[in-house]
Ligand binder design. Structure first.
Ligand SMILES: [Zn+2]
Length: 410
């Protein structure tokens, strides 16, 4: 540990202020910052400027992406009207159609869907589908559903969904995909039941549009003091989903990243350091991640340790550290690092978020999150409830200490 508790806190508070100010109507207004929005570009600009100010060598990698805008949408039928949520990035739609209900892939295979609204309910809609050709993980089951929809050619799809442990939204969008060309919407079972009380054809109106935009992936680097023994990378995703300020997911992580960067700016150890505010974790396009890999992917084998900071510092939790691809000596080392910080403990593995990119490539990784990620944090992510009052500032400070110590003592 270096620096007095005072200067440490001051640096941290600077980062904290920026990432929390939007939630309080402050001047930076990052708040909701999905890919392609002005707030997202401003946030990337801010992070690049801060990293430069700290003396890091900063690379800004531009990319193309889409911004999504939606409005009130509905399903109409003689005797019934219900609100429908347009699927993220869905094309607009407004037509009267016949409708069919499908609950399984088997049933989808034999149902005539062309020109109709297809309702997906039950087993076929039991979990959010990964975006088509998602580069890091794409299950066979999802591939089959996309292939069948491509073949059956429905005019539009409406998913009947509820609660899912991986998503705070209830109901949740079944499709979240900027390249999927069929209009999609979603609603909950109660709305569906009301609709079934009506008669005849339905009118589906989806007010939803996408615009081509740009974004940036910022990467901040610092060379090892002498001959390099490889690279340590630390990252936290800076974008949000739509409809949330993203305090825990993941302003808290970016605040920890910035504070760790500030305290490691004079690092003189044997590793090259790289800090990445990934720009795309909450976007189906994962543009920041793929842009980073296109530029630096061949250096993956140089990485000796990768640390993902995701949703740390939830009130009422401790900091949970899970480890991947660590050998026995490094596991012992990690136990020693954890033991120094009373609010930090081991947590269960979860191969999601940005560390999965590195875990799948065999890179030694740590994922740093809140110990109540599964039972509490996930329920608020991507919702308007993910606000700054859920974050424990002192726990973030201890998380910064842990990461700085881990990097210095690796
Ligand atoms: Zn998220």
């Amino acid at each position: 540990m270096s620096g007095s508790i005072h200067s440490k806190a001051a640096l941290f508070l600077a980062a904290w202020f920026v990432w929390s100010s939007a939630a309080r109507g402050g001047i930076f207004e990052f708040g909701e910052r999905p890919l392609g929005t002005e707030a997202n570009r401003n946030a990337a600009e801010y992070l690049a400027t801060e990293a430069e100010r700290m003396g890091y060598e900063v690379t800004r990698l531009p990319f193309k992406c889409a911004r999504w805008v939606k409005g009130p949408s509905f399903l109409d039928r003689e005797g019934a009207r219900v609100e429908v949520f347009p699927g993220p990035f869905s094309p607009a739609y407004d037509k009267w159609c016949d409708a069919v209900l499908v609950t399984s892939t088997q049933q989808l295979k034999r149902t005539k869907c062309e020109g109709k609204i297809v309702f997906l309910r039950g087993p076929i809609a039991k979990e959010p589908l990964m975006p088509l050709d998602y580069p890091f993980y794409f299950p066979e089951r999802h591939k089959e559903i996309y292939a069948l929809l491509d073949e059956r050619k429905p005019a539009a799809i409406v998913a009947v969904t509820g609660k899912h442990p991986a998503c705070g939204l209830e109901p949740y969008p079944l499709f979240d995909d900027a390249s999927f060309k069929i209009p999609t919407g979603y609603l909950d079972a109660a709305a569906m039941d009301r609709l079934l009380e009506g008669r005849g054809k339905m009118r589906l109106m989806l007010d939803s549009k996408s615009f081509p935009e740009t974004g940036e992936q910022v990467v901040a680097r610092k060379k090892a003091a002498g001959a390099s023994q490889g690279k340590i990378v630390v990252f936290a995703h800076m974008d949000t989903a739509y409809g949330t300020q993203g305090a825990l997911d993941n302003s808290a992580g970016v605040a920890v990243l910035l504070a760790a960067m500030a305290r490691l700016k004079n690092y003189a150890g044997p590793y090259d350091l790289e800090f990445i505010p990934f720009n795309g974790e909450d976007s189906p396009m994962v543009k920041g991640e793929t842009t980073y890999l296109a530029r630096y992917g061949r250096e993956l084998s140089d990485i000796q340790l990768a640390i993902n900071i995701f949703a740390p510092g939830a009130k009422g939790s401790q900091t949970a550290v899970s480890a991947y691809n660590l050998d026995e000596d490094r596991q012992t080392w990690l136990d020693g690092e954890i033991a120094k910080h009373p609010q930090v403990k081991r947590g269960p593995e979860w191969v999601e978020s940005d560390h999965s990119i590195f875990v799948f490539q065999g890179v030694p990784c740590l994922a740093v999150t809140s110990s109540n990620l599964r039972d509490t944090v996930m329920a608020v992510t991507h919702t308007p409830r993910d606000t700054i009052d859920l974050v424990d500032r002192n726990l973030l400070l201890e998380t910064v200490d842990f990461i700085v110590d881990a990097v210095n003592e690796f």
